[in-house]
Ligand binder design. Structure first.
Ligand SMILES: [Fe+2]
Length: 226
């Protein structure tokens, strides 16, 4: 699947899927319209309701009347036209409910080729989202679902926090990795993202907790203070 990364705001990433006429998480309209260069836009996919992911929707509707706007509907999103539930299919994408960062968090998984998944603020390079609405067990379950996708899957994050997350990770358990912009192969995240490795005995030993949820919670609390 062709994916065009569109940097927005400070460190947000919107993504344009030209073959589908879809934009994921338009924080702002202007950079998206610049990237489109007049190409048609049919739909917006929203990973969650935070303003730095949906702020560009009104501007896009103004340019493309009739634009379809998809999200979970569990939290209000101005301009939303279609609600999506876990397991639903949309334009070849499977919808995954991944609550934790927010209760309305969705991931969009497209299996074509290597596979692509748009994860919003649930998963980041070497990190994961803060727990604004859900709790640790919810987020740990969501991360395990994402982790179970095929290893080749390209992961497209809502923000680029790789440099800071690498500093955090290195302070706990050194990893052989450099910060790089999205996409990152899921295989790489599985091996080097401590939050995806919370049930790995080595990571659990490094934070002095039992493998699994307790280690995940400890990592999340430490990252909140980092
Ligand atoms: Fe967010």
């Amino acid at each position: 699947m062709r994916v065009v990364r569109i940097p927005c705001l400070t460190d947000n990433q919107a993504y344009w899927l030209p073959d589908l006429g879809v934009v994921v998480d338009p924080s702002e309209a202007a950079p998206v319209l610049d990237a489109l260069e007049g190409a048609p836009l049919r739909a917006v996919w929203c990973t969650h309701h935070h303003p730095d992911h949906v702020g560009g929707i009104a501007g896009l509707i103004a340019r493309f009347p009739g634009l379809r706007v998809y999200g979970s509907g569990k939290r209000p999103i101005a301009g939303l036209t279609h609600e999506l539930a876990d397991g639903e299919q949309l334009e070849g994408a499977t919808i995954l409910a991944v609550p934790g960062h927010t209760l309305d968090a969705l991931a969009f998984y497209l299996p074509d080729g290597e596979g692509d998944v748009f994860v919003g603020d649930t998963l980041f390079a070497m990190g994961c989202g803060r727990l604004f609405e859900g709790d640790a067990s919810m987020m740990w379950a969501s991360l395990q679902r994402l982790r179970a996708l095929p290893a080749t899957t390209r992961v497209w994050f809502g923000h680029d926090y790789a440099a800071r997350n690498l500093q955090f990770s290195t302070a706990i358990l050194p990893v052989d990795r450099e910060p790089a912009p999205p996409p990152i192969a899921l295989r790489t995240e599985r091996m080097t993202n401590l939050f995806l490795r919370a049930d790995d005995p080595d990571v659990a030993a490094a934070v002095g907790r039992a493998p699994g949820l307790a280690t995940f919670s400890e990592l999340r609390e430490r990252r909140d203070r980092f």
